[in-house]
Design a protein around this ligand. Structure first.
Ligand code: GSH
Length: 206
């Protein structure tokens, strides 16, 4: 199995999930500017990570689909509830929320110079979404339930793009989470997981 990734990008999420499951995968760095690796266009014609290539050459893209595929390879690890259960739909609710509201909500802040005044519209929306996450994390220890799931891996990768001394601030969007104590406690809990530490180290983020 091969995981195409960019350091600190959303591909950190499937990277963490692979580590959690103890699945050995070849990590292939993608550099969009240098157009490397040269064959990446044939892996994902859209040019973005993550992309997961299976042994037979089949490629799966889209982070939320990849992490669910991986979790279902080893259901005994409990990274995703069983298909068809309500808990699985709850997980998918969170994955979709993270994808559309958080992941893409970060984009104007990550490209603030190009986004110009739109940043001032985008930031309060993202802050409001994070306040919602903080309130949810007051009720339970992990975002989709009582245990760590693939949704936590995804949220962890995205939250690291914000700014606070307790974050692995790598992309540096101008948003601060210091007044969100439940998010902070959750972040520190997730960051302490050996699988997460290994992924951060492998991506040069430590
Ligand atoms: N819809 C995709 C979006 C993936 C995405 O936005 N990837 C970013 C990194 S976080 C990327 O590779 N950007 C480079 C590009 O778009 O050229 C998913 O959820 O997997």
């Amino acid at each position: 199995m091969k995981l195409y990734y960019m350091p600190a990008a959303c591909s950190l999420s499937p990277h963490i999930v692979l580590n959690e499951l103890g699945i050995e995968a070849e990590l292939i760095p993608v550099d969009g500017k240098k157009r490397l690796p040269a064959h990446f266009d044939s892996v994902n014609p859209l040019g973005y990570v993550p992309a997961l290539e299976l042994e037979d050459g089949t490629v799966l893209t889209e982070g939320p689909a990849i992490v669910q595929y991986l979790a279902d390879l080893k259901p005994e690890f409990g990274l995703a509830p069983a298909n068809g259960t309500f808990a699985r739909y709850r997980l998918q609710q969170w994955l979709n929320f993270l994808s559309s509201e958080i992941h893409k909500g970060f984009i104007p802040l990550l490209y603030a110079r190009l986004a110009g005044p739109y940043v001032e519209t985008a930031r309060p929306k993202l802050e409001q979404r994070y306040a919602h996450i903080d309130a949810e994390l007051a009720i339970r220890p992990y975002i989709a339930g009582d245990t760590f799931t693939v949704a936590d891996a995804y949220l962890f990768a995205l939250t690291g793009w914000g700014q606070a001394p307790w974050l692995t601030s790598y992309y540096r969007a101008d948003i601060h989470f210091d007044d969100l104590p439940n998010l902070r406690a959750w972040y520190e809990r997730v960051a302490a997981r050996p699988a997460v530490q290994r992924a951060l180290k492998a991506e040069g983020l430590h």
